[in-house]
Design a protein around this ligand. Structure first.
Ligand code: FES
Length: 273
């Protein structure tokens, strides 16, 4: 169980793994995640299920090496086992009742955007996709999106592929030119989700964001993943990870995430050196 069946480098710092986990796949739906622990000493991290192969019992995870745990995960190879894999956790993404939507992914957030876009397209929803990266070399999943989407628009910060700029530049142009959507799904860096939500609020388009804050147990017990949504405090692991982008307090979320960044970077540097 939990054996790594394949490992693929998608870009300089992003890796895709397929893991044999038929029990989890039995119940998994788009938008849900697993908590993973590599060995007795490592911390638990949440990773969204990026794709599902029900026939072969394989779930796909895609992760960026940004800290000590993802570094250790990336050291594993085909044939290795992952000690704990718990899931599916979180609520599935709500995909009912839409005719035309826009799914937006930023960087490694595309790994979360993809299963949502795929699930919508399987429901015959017309899906436009906007994906954004720093540079062409960071681009992931472009071809997979092409297979399921109506249109795939790409932005790069440095202009090395398609539109130079941000995903919000493309969305803004589309909306200004009269494009309409029943709903927008935005998944990526906090600042990106904030900017998309501000833009869609102007056009009165409902917007779902997927939050992946610091999680500890993934079961609603520790309170580590709390986020402010409107007047309420919610736990991303059990109430989310999807929330109404027009209600999320992104600034608070960003400051909580920053608190952990320094320690994580230090641990990562020790391991990588
Ligand atoms: Fe502990 Fe959500 S991760 S409450």
């Amino acid at each position: 169980m939990n054996k790594i069946i394949s490992k693929k480098v998608l870009s300089k710092s992003v890796t895709e793994m397929k893991i044999y986990a038929p029990q989890i796949l039995k119940h998994a739906q788009a938008g849900q995640f697993v908590m993973l622990r590599i060995n007795e000493k490592s911390e638990r991290i949440p990773l969204t299920i990026s794709d599902m192969d029900h026939e072969n019992g394989l779930l796909t995870i895609i992760f960026q090496v940004i800290g000590s745990t993802t570094y250790e995960l990336n050291e594993l190879n085909v044939g290795d086992d992952i000690l704990d894999l718990v899931g599916p956790l979180g609520k599935p993404t709500h995909i009912e009742g839409f005719k035309k939507v826009c799914v937006i992914g930023g960087g490694v957030g595309c790994a979360i955007a993809y299963p949502v876009a795929k699930a919508l397209s399987l429901k015959n929803v017309e899906v436009d996709v906007i994906i954004g990266f720093k540079s062409k070399n960071d681009m992931i999943l472009h071809q997979k999106f092409e297979k399921i989407a109506n249109h795939v628009f790409v932005s790069t910060d440095d202009g090395s592929y398609q539109t130079k700029g941000f995903v919000t530049d493309i969305l803004s142009d589309l909306l200004k030119n009269g494009q309409t959507y029943d709903h927008v799904f935005a998944i990526g860096p906090i600042i990106m989700m904030k900017m998309v939500s501000q833009l869609t609020a102007k056009y009165n388009i409902g917007t779902t964001v997927s939050l992946n804050p610091i999680m500890v147990d993934g079961t609603g017990m520790c309170g580590g993943c709390r986020v402010k949504v409107g007047k309420d405090i919610k736990f991303a692991c059990v109430d989310g990870p999807d929330f109404d982008g027009h209600l999320v307090d992104f600034d608070l979320l960003q400051s909580r995430n920053n608190m952990y960044k320094e320690t994580e970077t230090k641990n990562y540097k020790c391991l990588a050196e």
